[in-house]
Design a protein around this ligand. Structure first.
Ligand code: FE2
Length: 269
């Protein structure tokens, strides 16, 4: 009984998809491209309402800066689609059933549960009250080892899972948006299996926008601290190739001057 309550499983419904389509259109997404999303992709988006809400919030803010960022209409579309696709893997690997997608999405839902670098997946689930025998069995079926992998290793899987899901969705998705989505964690280093690629301006914007949103709303950092940390990360973590990069510098300058200092997480000003 408790398990059902915890999972709050999202079932696909046309009505829910139509609502999401309207929200995407209101946020400036190209309706023709959204209408062409294959069914498995629609299902994934509906399994991840929190992720989609964060992406839409980020896009609404960044879209007020498009002119200052000198983005072409094509680059704006690519940024939006790439952002939307980035965290699809938080619903599990391509082969996950709808039930398993809901379970994985639940484990990814942000909540304090210890240091992800040291806490094991199994202990995290226990802490969250999710240590059910069939959930553990499902995770093992998907190739995870709850009693041997840390949460950090578990979290890193979402990048490869995003890749799998987008590969399976095939050529209906704009290739540039797929490429941009797959690099969104490059500031955090490259998990095994993720290829290091040259970053274009849209990929850089996705990386910065994703982290900016996480620091402001998930970690509750101030605007000023977030900008300082992002500058430090670009300099140190990407120092070899992008430490002095002019496009990263411009994006950070525009964010510094243009993102709201107060109320970013609650809505637009
Ligand atoms: Fe991510």
């Amino acid at each position: 009984m408790r398990r059902r309550e915890n999972l709050q499983a999202v079932q696909f419904s046309e009505q829910a998809w139509n609502t999401l389509q309207s929200e995407l259109a209101a946020t400036g997404f190209n309706s023709e491209v959204v209408t062409s999303f294959p069914q498995p992709l629609r299902e994934r988006l509906l399994v991840l309402p929190g992720v989609v809400a964060n992406v839409l919030r980020t896009i609404r803010h960044v879209s007020t800066l498009y002119d200052e960022l000198s983005l072409t209409p094509e680059q704006r579309d690519t940024f939006q689609l790439g952002s939307l696709f980035s965290d699809l893997g938080k619903s599990g690997p391509a082969k996950a059933t709808q039930e398993q997608q809901n379970e994985i999405a639940l484990v990814f839902r942000p909540q304090a549960g210890g240091d992800p670098n040291t806490i094991l997946l199994k202990d995290f689930l226990k802490h969250r009250g999710l240590e059910h025998r069939d959930l553990l069995a499902h995770l093992e079926e998907l190739g995870l080892q709850p009693d041997a992998m840390t949460m950090r290793v578990f979290y890193n899987h979402h990048i490869l899972w995003t890749q799998e899901i987008l590969e399976q969705a095939g050529s209906v998705l704009p290739a540039e948006a797929v490429r941009a989505a797959l690099v969104h964690h490059q500031l955090d280093g490259y998990p095994p299996g993720v290829e290091e690629v040259e970053l274009d301006v849209v990929a850089k914007l996705i990386i910065i926008a994703d982290k900016y949103d996480a620091f402001r709303c998930r970690s509750e950092w101030s605007h000023a601290d977030t900008i300082t940390e992002l500058r430090r990360k670009v300099k140190q973590d990407l120092g070899g190739r992008y430490g002095e990069d002019k496009e990263f510098a411009k994006i950070l300058d525009v964010f510094e001057g243009g993102m709201p200092v107060e109320g970013y997480c609650n809505g637009l000003h």
